[in-house]
Design a protein around this ligand. Structure first.
Ligand code: G3I
Length: 363
């Protein structure tokens, strides 16, 4: 039997070989007699051949990094604003909306033919202080929440294809997170939020989104039960977002493919919404090889389930990542390094996508 480490190494070698084989000349810019050059197949090109998208989040200041923004625009087919559509940014004063940051990303996305995931209408974090510092009756808070959701969803109607309506509403043990909305309104705020979002834009896909729900466990069980109930109650919900902020030191989520499948079987789309795979620094070859294997495993898990519609990285390069400031001593989490050079994870993702793309197209 192969040890996990040997299996990882063997898998990485297979990826490198299969990527080269499957991508063939498409991966290498090829000179033509007329001087035209083939563009290399991007991650999104490969994902599209399987009927999916491949995206990366972006935070507004990163758009000023031209090299970074250019690669975002050419490699990916979807983006998510890292902060620009959150409540603190969009309604900094009660009833006063500011869509500057989100609009900037929508404009960039339009110019580069990326679609946009809206993130997020409701979250316990990054709320404006007028909201968290206030004391609200249930009626007041319900009206504030309804107005926020309605105004933001209407503003981005036709400009985003999906919304993370409610973000991180469960605790690790599967109980409801006691955020300001739960404490004042009870758990019914979730169905209300979905209904208000649907009323504002009946076509946009509505998601619940969280971390540590990629594998089977108490937290994903709680979402499974909640979404089953929402469906039974005919509450509009289209998808479940698995953030997938993974860390090598904590092990790969258990039965990710089976977990994606059970949500799909509820009649939902599933999306991998914020993928990154961090490690304890410094990075070394063994960790980068294991990281590549995990990226491939996540990609394979999504590709195995028809209703897993796409994968979004939470930023694509170690040059811009939320991790080092939140988890000091950890990082190197993304498939491109600080110099925008591809890491083994890139080849692993491309290999997994290319294998599925070639079987999808019969080549
Ligand atoms: O805007 C201020 C700026 O004025 C100030 O100078 C600067 C100094 O630190 O801080 C800026 O705010 C930062 C904000 O991002 C905008 O850049 C906050 O400190 C920082 O904490 C905040 O981090 C964001 C984090 O959510 C907040 O929890 C990350 O960029 C963002 O990537 C991250 O994204 C979340 C998803 O929304 C939900 N899932 C988890 C994911 C990672 O935490």
């Amino acid at each position: 039997m192969r040890t996990p480490a040997r299996r990882t190494r063997a898998r990485a070698a297979v990826f490198a070989a299969s990527t080269a084989l499957l991508l063939g000349l498409a991966a290498v810019p090829a000179a033509h007699a007329d001087g035209a050059r083939h563009r290399a197949a991007t991650l999104d090109d490969l994902a599209q051949r399987t009927g999916r998208y491949f995206g990366s989040a972006v935070d507004n200041p990163e758009l000023d990094d031209t090299a970074y923004a250019d690669l975002l625009g050419s490699e990916f087919g979807a983006t998510t604003p890292g902060n620009g559509m959150k409540w603190y940014a969009t309604e900094p004063r009660r009833g006063v909306f500011d869509f500057t940051a989100g609009d900037e990303i929508v404009a960039y996305a339009k110019a580069h033919h990326l679609k946009v995931r809206g993130h997020t209408l409701l979250w316990h974090s990054q709320l404006p202080s007028w909201l968290t510092d206030g004391t609200w009756t249930a009626d007041e808070l319900r009206s504030i929440l309804k107005n926020h959701i309605t105004t933001e969803v209407k503003h981005y109607k036709g400009k985003v294809f999906a919304w993370d309506v409610a973000n991180e509403i469960m605790n690790e043990d599967g109980t409801y997170r006691e955020n300001i909305f739960y404490k004042t309104l009870g758990p019914g705020y979730i169905a209300d939020a979905l209904r208000w979002a649907h009323a504002a834009d009946p076509k946009v896909k509505l998601y619940l989104n969280d971390y540590n729900v990629e594998g089977l466990g108490a937290k994903s069980d709680a979402y499974y039960a909640l979404i089953k109930q929402l469906k039974a109650d005919r509450v509009p919900i289209d998808g479940f977002g698995m953030q997938a902020h993974l860390a090598l030191q904590y092990g790969f989520p258990s039965d990710m493919r089976g977990n994606i499948q059970r949500f799909a079987d509820l009649g939902l789309d599933v999306a991998i919404t914020e993928l990154d795979v961090r490690m304890i620094l410094p990075a070394d070859t063994a960790k980068l090889t294991q990281q590549a294997d995990w990226y491939a495993q996540v990609t394979d898990a999504c590709l195995a389930v028809r209703r897993c519609v796409g994968i979004t990285l939470w930023g694509y390069s170690d040059r811009h990542s939320w991790i080092p400031s939140v988890f000091p001593g950890q990082g190197a989490a993304l498939p491109w390094d600080e110099n925008l050079q591809r890491k083994p994870a890139y080849d692993a993702i491309a290999g997994a996508l290319a294998a599925a793309a070639s079987s999808a197209t019969g080549h």
